[in-house]
Design a protein around this ligand. Structure first.
Ligand SMILES: N[C@@H](CCC(=O)N[C@@H](CS)C(=O)NCC(=O)O)C(=O)O
Length: 221
């Protein structure tokens, strides 16, 4: 059978695409990738023609497996974990905890995502002044990361890499891009993500991408 194809957006900008891409890599699941440049006609309305042609929700990532399409980043990560169960912690209650924080990231942190669009290449200076809801998201990140690193001793949230880290990896790049002040413990966690080989492969590709999404670049100019 042909390899699954992961349809993703531009690596510099598409945080949702990075998550299952990392999970598949970490799980050792073979796949091909197909990049669809975002930012043109229909962008922001789930109406990019090339995306709609393969993804039922008009968004990437979408994983094509034969005739089937798995979409929504967390659902793709779950599929990856069916092929590579070590992508979740092995103990049931710890796994439930990891699923909780991964779901919290997937469904939440709206203010942080609104104000800190992923832009791996960019460094914004000076750090913008964040509104209260964004500051609350940053504080909640510290609560989650700090609690888990204290409990499982790092360097990743549940000790070894898991889907929980795949869900938070783009956030680490956002904190760096926007120069957010974070605790030494949170910085160590970000550094563990930045040192990961699969992350570095994605980052190198992001740095080499030629196209730009003007809406994102215009933030804080
Ligand atoms: N909830 C979706 C979000 C996917 C998403 O918003 N993807 C963005 C790229 S990062 C997209 O496809 N945008 C296209 C558009 O806005 O038209 C997931 O978890 O996969």
């Amino acid at each position: 059978m042909a390899l699954p194809i992961l349809h993703i957006g531009n690596k510099n900008y598409s945080s949702w695409s990075m998550r299952p891409w990392l999970a598949l890599k970490w799980g050792g699941v073979a796949f091909e990738e197909h990049i669809i440049p975002l930012g043109g006609e229909g962008y922001g309305r789930s109406q990019i023609k090339e995306v709609r042609a393969i993804s039922p929700n008009g968004r990437v990532p979408a994983l094509q497996i034969g005739d089937a399409v798995v979409y929504e980043s967390l659902a793709i990560c779950e599929w990856a974990a069916e092929q590579a169960p070590l992508l979740w912690p092995q103990e049931a209650l710890v796994r439930a905890h990891a699923r909780s924080v991964a779901s919290e990231m997937h469904a939440g942190f709206g203010a942080l995502r609104r104000d800190m669009s992923m832009n791996i290449r960019r460094r914004v200076e000076p750090t913008p002044k964040w509104p209260g809801d964004t500051r609350a998201d940053i504080e909640q990140l510290h609560n989650i990361w700090g609690g888990l690193i204290d409990r499982y001793s790092g360097p990743f949230l549940f000790g070894r890499r898991s889907i929980a880290d795949a869900m938070f990896a783009p956030v680490a790049t956002r904190l760096r891009t926007y120069g957010v002040e974070i605790s030494p413990q949170a910085q160590s966690y970000c550094d563990a993500i930045f040192a990961d080989l699969a992350f570095q492969e994605w980052e190198c590709a992001a740095l080499a991408e030629a196209w730009t999404i003007e809406q994102t670049e215009a933030l804080y100019r």
